[in-house]
Write a protein that binds this ligand. Structure first.
Ligand code: PLP
Length: 393
């Protein structure tokens, strides 16, 4: 007999993985250039050359130490460089001991959920949302409370939010720029959220922590701004990753930042570290702690994502698709052309378009297009989107 929850997770059907596998089979049948796979969020631009050069230089210069264990919370100098970088950008005064280096945002989130969750606690999440939140929150023994999507702009349905908060609310998760909508929360949205959280924390007599999951922080289009959330709400814990900004998803490197402004910040930090220990993370990869911290002021050439969005969004709208304007990341979340997004995704396959149904993101009636692909592929896919739309006329 094995753990039934784990068995369920390990054998569950993954729509994204199935689409990806289907894409490979189809590519063998009709040629890879004729399959338009928009299913995966893998960055399409390489990391900056300096990242590779730095890795090679470190391997050459420090061969005896670079493969050793580091402190569990990460190398002190690396953490200091992360702090210095944010301090330069946001005028903050973070210190190395507020950073806990992790194996990517997924691990950052798991450490925070496990570090915070007590029996009976609830974590509030806004749809559309990154589906792993549910797995991570339930894995931490807590309950996820899902707020339905505000489908006109994918900001926040504040009435539903206020109704969902209770004395059991430990924390609220935000993700902006967002996967899967590509939407950036406006300053107004974040200020209103912050005001409600401040009031509710006071009313219930305990802090409601805001967890800002921000792997797409650097992928922001012209005309949009991503406010530094801890400056708006002091009880913010930041989960960051270099997977997207430096195109390093396979290297598994990110961090948790617990600013001093967080209530009981040292206790929270220690609990995050304890969670990392209990999850067996030991420490994040030593080489890439050094590489990312030495290159954390750089990004890949992220402009391509905005170019792709500028090509895709007006073209799809012209064809009759309803799309909320993305402000960053590399996802678009149009309405499906029939209420059943699963059926719509199936129909799209007939045109060799691989689109992920929105139901898995908590927003039925939509599909996710991950446009982190070559621009040329988008150009070639447009007639297929048109044919798909025409098939509904
Ligand atoms: N959070 C969101 C919203 C994501 O989209 C992803 C990955 O796509 C993650 C977290 C996990 O990122 P990482 O690769 O850093 O673990």
């Amino acid at each position: 007999m094995v753990n039934q929850r784990m068995l369920g997770l390990g054998t569950a059907r993954s729509v994204i993985r199935e689409l990806f596998e289907y894409g490979k089979i189809r590519a063998a049948q009709v040629g890879a250039e004729n399959v338009f796979d928009f299913s995966l969020g893998n960055p399409s631009v390489p990391c900056p050359q300096e990242v590779n050069d730095t890795a090679v230089r470190i391997l050459r210069e420090q061969p005896e130490v670079i493969h050793c264990y580091t402190s569990a919370q990460g190398d002190q100098e690396a953490r200091q460089r992360f702090a210095d970088s944010l301090n330069r950008r946001f005028g903050t005064c973070y210190t190395a001991d507020q950073f806990y280096i992790t194996v990517g945002a997924a691990a950052s989130l798991c450490c925070v959920f496990n570090g915070l969750a007590c029996p009976g606690d609830e974590f509030v999440v806004f749809a559309p949302y990154f589906p792993e939140y549910k797995v991570f929150i339930e894995g931490a023994g807590a309950k996820m409370v899902l707020i339905p999507p505000e489908i006109e702009g994918f900001q926040i349905d504040f009435d539903a939010f206020e109704a969902a908060i209770s004395e059991h609310t430990k924390s609220v998760v935000v993700n902006s720029p967002n996967n899967p909508s590509g939407v950036v929360y406006s300053r107004e949205t974040l200020e209103r959220l912050s005001a409600i959280l401040t009031e509710k924390s006071r009313a219930y007599g305990h802090p409601i922590y805001l967890i800002s999951d921000e792997p797409y922080r650097e992928i922001v289009f012209s005309g949009f701004q991503v406010p530094w959330i801890p400056q708006l709400y002091p009880d913010t814990i930041v989960c960051y990753s270099f997977s997207k900004s430096l195109s390093l998803p396979g290297e598994r490197l990110g961090y948790v930042l617990v600013p001093a402004s967080v209530t009981d910040s040292r206790e929270v930090y220690a609990a995050v570290a304890g969670a990392g220990r209990s999850l067996g993370y030991v420490n994040a990869p030593s080489l890439f702690q050094q590489v990312t911290s030495l290159c954390c002021d750089l990004t890949s050439d992220l402009a391509v994502y905005e170019r792709n969005a500028k090509l895709l969004v007006p073209a799809l709208r012209e064809m009759g698709y309803h799309c909320v304007e993305p402000g960053g990341a590399f996802y678009l979340f149009p309405r499906s052309l029939e209420p059943d997004d699963m059926a719509f995704s199936e129909r799209a396959k007939q045109f060799d378009l691989l689109l992920v149904p929105g139901s898995g993101f908590g927003a039925p009636g939509h599909v996710r297009i991950a446009y982190c692909v070559q621009t040329d592929m988008i150009q070639r896919a447009l007639p297929k989107f048109k044919a798909l739309a025409d098939s509904y006329r």
